[in-house]
Design a protein around this ligand. Sequence first.
Ligand SMILES: C[S@@+](CC[C@H](N)C(=O)[O-])C[C@H]1O[C@@H](n2cnc3c(N)ncnc32)[C@H](O)[C@@H]1O
Length: 326
Amino acid sequence: MKIFVPPIKSQGIKTKLVSWISSNVKSLEYDRWVEPFMGTGVVAFNVRPEKALLSDSNPHLIRFYSALKEKEITSSMVRKFLTEEGAKLLSSNGDYYYEVRNRFNSENHPLDFLFLSRSCFNGMMRFNRKGGFNVPFCKKPNRFAQALVTKISNQVENISQIIEQGDYTFKHQDFKETLKELKPNDLVYSDPPYIGRHVDYFDSWSEEEEIILKNALEGSGAKFVLSTWLSNKYRTNDYVFSVWGNCFVSTKEHFYHVGAKETNRNAVYEALLSNVKLSDSISTVEMKSRIILNESQLTTKKNSYEVSEQLVLALEEQKPITKPNT
Ligand SMILES: C[S@@+](CC[C@H](N)C(=O)[O-])C[C@H]1O[C@@H](n2cnc3c(N)ncnc32)[C@H](O)[C@@H]1O
């Protein structure tokens, strides 16, 4: 599958998992694809549903994709903008990054957002308590060399075409508002922030919100698929069994790198939870018993490494989950 990579970067981006997610949902029928946490949009832009509602609490993401949809931003504008601003970045030896960051934090222009996303440290997206973008510079003054500018403008062109060919609505709103709009023939792909993992002005998540999400998804009558993690080197995600205990689960082992060294790689089991059977899923009840029995084969596909060396597959003692009023 050819993957279309979006021009905006973020730490939670699902580019490496998009083929797996697509293959799991491809046999499902639905009228509309809904993402309450669209992030960079990489999943929707590769699944390419005919009709979609894509929303996020981060206004800058929605403003950027709405501008592509309305053709207020085109690939040729991006090429010109990044070439000119990239030249100023180079001649200032990088100091110009902070001028663009200040300008963005007062004017919120989507082209400045793109510039920052592609020249900040590690392609991170992080906002302070006042909602200001606060990631430092990547320290490469020649960041926008011609090859990168061409790559980014091609990404903008591809995503603009995908948006043009579909019937897509972008909305800046909290997930609770998006979930109120659900219809029984929707398929919801939900990729909320991981509980307690990362706290940021637009991006934090609690157990209470996880339960509100679960109740609203179940109450809507729509099909849903949710991305989360099952297990890493240190622990197992007990919410898979406490909050999402009556679902189907498909898992995939995934490696991510810590720092630049090839040897510093950590494994994590990614999980897709759903209220319908996916092409490659088992029930969470079956998954729980495999973990309790210490079975290494958690995916339906063969593992490529000794699981016991990489992952802790033990459940914490189950604590009762109190349901808040929704
Ligand atoms: C894990 S990321 C989604 C990543 C996305 N699937 C991708 O591949 O780029 C989670 C997203 O949820 C958004 N978010 C956090 N809290 C939210 C809320 N209460 N309502 C709506 N979106 C929220 C964040 O802004 C972030 O873009």
